[in-house]
Design a binder for this molecule. Structure first.
Ligand code: KIV
Ligand code: ZN
Length: 506
């Protein structure tokens, strides 16, 4: 009874965060990494919501062995059929069906009476039960639902065949004692609760998602729904790495066991950040840059005398190095490059290896020292959009305090080169305008961030942007020792993602 099942929803709820979309290949790589971590259940997506989601869910379900693969479905036949279709060849499958149970959602969103909601939930679970090994039922907005009604619907869906019942704090409204009471009430008042696992799914609108998840566990929940880096709708979901490390570090107070090997946490966190373009704040618990940095003299003195004076976890426990390593230089050669890539736990195909090696040589020419972070950036860049629609062939910028910034761009599309120039108030804007002219796509720039990948004046710059067009927000990233080139790469990367998402009804 002390085993906690970790259900990861990075690829579903996490990807619902505006701009967090990933390609099917990127999602497969994330799923592989989640499996390495020991994740029990991976929610691969919401397959009915778009062709891209369908493709990614199918790819993961058909190829990833080990974890249970879950697909989300509203409590309607079409969604369940689509979920069943993508899961058909999964080694272990779960249909995750949900319906809202709070008065506000039932009345205003669904326009249905409570009895109709129960009926829909029960028929959805019965139907899903015929199509997948496991069925999870989620009560959306459970924390704002009437407790008696919640207990009633859970009893009925368990009778109908659900083996996991999930309490969703959909809007991140609950506080820990409240979530604890809900779980206790369910344990005490649902007569057949012994036939199901109680799960919890907390959003972070009040910054309480992890605290609420822990309170749920202490009161009997045995499945926790989490997302890497806490990504998800609005303020996000309970952060995977925070929950796992809280359970690990304070196990004397919380004697529960997960199947997670935390030494893969850091790499997984960086992978998600690179794929989504969501930067990790420096002070982010567990995975932020500052977690092992000590500024004040008193703290530094304490750390030098005994690390545990000011650190409660070790870098090694989450797979993090003590300091950024200088790994390679221009004389390291192919062998040195390949063995460092392997040490960083990346498997590159022959073509990927060749292409990343060439980029590495280029970088090593410009920069004396190539750090682990540089290599990881080159590799994740390589694994961006496969067969991109647009490719940046050339760019040139003229800028200065007495010059009108002017950019010239050459973009390759279907083996044809499109060359355009533009002027603007600044060089980055001129580049973006010229790219828009060359591709014929106009988008609104919602966010632009530039940061150095590693310390030092020669560092590679990484540009992360969010653009919006056709009601879709996508992220783009690019890196280079020249931040204008990185900006151009980021914009072209985002436009390629936009093309992939065209037609999506997500
Ligand atoms: O937040 C929520 O209610 C959800 C459900 C689909 C579980 O994500
Ligand atoms: Zn959610």
């Amino acid at each position: 009874m002390d085993r906690i099942f970790i259900f990861d929803t990075t690829l579903r709820d996490g990807e619902q965060a505006p701009g967090a979309s990933m390609t099917a290949d990127q999602k497969y790589e994330v799923a592989t990494q989640l499996a390495k971590l020991g994740t029990d259940i991976i929610e691969a997506g919401f397959p009915v919501s778009s062709p891209q989601q369908f493709k990614a869910c199918k790819l993961i379900a058909e190829n990833l062995k080990g974890p249970v693969i879950a697909a989300l479905a509203r409590a309607i036949k079409k969604d369940i059929d689509t979920a069943a279709e993508v899961l058909a060849k999964a080694e272990n499958s779960r249909i995750h069906t949900f319906i809202a149970t709070s008065p506000i959602h039932m009345k205003h969103k669904l326009k249905k009476k409570p009895d109709e909601i129960i009926e829909m939930a029960v028929s959805a679970v019965k139907y899903a039960r015929k199509k997948a090994r496991q069925v999870e039922f989620s009560a959306e907005d459970a924390s704002r639902s009437d407790l008696e009604f919640l207990c009633k619907i859970f009893e009925k869906v368990i009778d109908a065949g659900a083996t996991i019942v999930n309490i969703a704090d959909t809007v991140g409204y609950a506080i820990p004692s409240e979530i604890g009471n809900i779980i206790s009430a369910i344990r005490n008042n649902v007569p057949n609760i012994d036939k199901a696992i109680i799960s919890v799914h907390c959003h972070n609108d009040l910054g309480l998602a992890v605290a609420n998840t822990l309170a749920a566990i202490e009161n009997g929940a045995r499945q926790a729904e989490v997302a890497i880096n806490g990504i998800g709708e609005r303020a996000g979901n309970a952060a995977f790495e925070e929950l796992v490390m809280a359970l690990e570090v304070r196990k004397e107070l919380m004697p529960y066991r997960t199947n997670i090997n935390p030494t893969h946490l850091y790499k997984t966190s960086r992978l998600i950040s690179n794929f989504t373009g969501f930067a990790i704040p420096k002070n982010k618990p567990i995975v932020g840059d500052n977690i092992f940095v000590h500024e004040s003299g008193i703290h530094q003195d304490g750390i030098l005398k005994h690390r545990a004076t000011y650190e409660i976890i070790t870098p090694a426990s989450i797979g993090r190095k003590e300091k950024t390593n200088i790994v390679l230089g221009r004389h390291s050669g192919l062998h040195g490059f390949k063995s460092r890539v392997a040490e960083l736990d990346f498997k590159l195909s022959k073509e990927e290896s060749k292409s990343v090696y060439n980029k590495f040589l280029n970088l090593a020419d410009k920069k004396k020292e190539v750090f682990d972070e540089d290599l990881i950036t080159l590799i994740t860049d390589e694994r961006g959009v496969k067969n991109p629609t647009y490719k940046l062939e050339y760019f040139s910028v003229i800028s200065g305090n007495k010059t009108i910034p002017t950019a010239t761009i050459k973009i390759k599309h279907n083996n044809e080169i499109f060359e355009e120039a533009a002027i603007a108030d600044g060089p980055v804007e001129a580049i973006f305008k010229a790219i828009e002219k060359a591709t014929g796509i106009t988008a609104k720039l919602e966010e632009y961030k530039v940061q150095a990948v590693t310390p030092g004046k020669q560092a590679m710059g990484e540009v992360k942007i969010l653009i919006r067009a056709n009601n879709t927000t996508v992220a783009g990233r690019g890196s280079s020792t020249d931040i204008l080139e990185a900006s151009a790469n980021a914009y072209v990367n985002a436009l390629n993602k936009l093309v992939l998402h065209k037609g999506s009804n997500q």
